[in-house]
Design a binder for this molecule. Sequence first.
Ligand code: ATP
Length: 373
Amino acid sequence: MGAVVVEQLVKDFSGVTVLQNINLDIEEGEFFALLGPSGCGKTTTMRCIAGFEQPTDGIIKIGDETVNDIAPNNRNCGMVFQSYALFPHMNVFDNVAYSLNVSRLKSSNPLKKMGIYTRMLNSKLAKYPKDIEEKVNDILEYVELEDHAKKLTSELSGGQQQRVALARALVMEPEVLLMDEPLSNLDQKLRHSMRNTIRQIQQDLKITTIFVTHDQEEAMSMADRVAVMKDGEILQIGTPTDLYSHPQSPFIADFVGKSNILDGKIISRDNGDAVVQIGEQSVKSFSNIEKEDVQVVIRPESIDLVDENSRNYDNYFEGTIQFATYLGSTVRYDIKVGKYQLIADTVYESGDNILDTGTKVKLGVSPERVLLI
Ligand SMILES: Nc1ncnc2c1ncn2[C@@H]1O[C@H](COP(=O)(O)OP(=O)(O)OP(=O)(O)O)[C@@H](O)[C@H]1O
């Protein structure tokens, strides 16, 4: 029921095309991230799915139904935003109960045509029926906010407010959960713990989730699959490991994780392996690619500092340490190799030496770690 399909979606604003030919096939129960830099069209894509924007062209399906002509409140999508969008004058319980109560009163109250039900909601007359009360209590317990039910949302921390927003979306039992940069307002530590909370809830409930973020680490650590967007287009869709190991463009190699990206030319091929000329140096790669002018992608953790006891790498570079950055469990070295500057990440264990600027080093890279694009 909760699968989301987007076919040939185009969106123009005042004649300017901001989404071009977006195709998505999101499976029921999948955690799907839309990842890309600011302005690439992530939010607009999500707003078209939610129904807040009308596509210029293309089809949006939720479950088996084409929803282009269905109003946002009838699409059965729950939304969570960066700004939480809570009612500050209401307590936590009322915030979560609000939509349930509105939909109950709309469908049952004879006064609805007169708009009186909205006034009732804000008055003491609006007592919650028992089932709503139970449901809200259950969901608050689920997001571990049961002790805060009577507090105003303005009295809560950012992480707690975001859990209220999540509870408010989930209490409606949506088919699809849409989250737009929900962690961006949280500090680093809270972001990490909220990532786990959201992922856990999503797996528990198996709810189809579309998650918008510009943070590649967030997308890669949370999502089953990620669509990387740039300039209103989708460049690549894949699992996090797929995108990391097989980036199809230099943009993705650079945006998804760190990369050394060098221009090269294939000078010979042998059984599908390639020998690539990079400046003065030739490098062997197990990548199989048709064209001659290529970009060579080497991840920082694929470059090892080697000595006479090291295994055979096939590819070696001579370099000079420019500087070292201690990152806790790793040390990142910037290394000058001929006219190139490479970065290499090495595992750091307590007591290890960190190499000084100017130290001459030999670097080893295995051919299977040399990617060609
Ligand atoms: N209502 C609008 N009217 C005109 N242009 C718009 C409107 N909404 C978005 N845009 C433009 O569409 C493009 C895509 O915007 P969108 O908000 O979808 O990007 P985004 O990837 O979500 O970026 P961010 O991460 O900064 O929110 C941008 O160039 C933006 O300026």
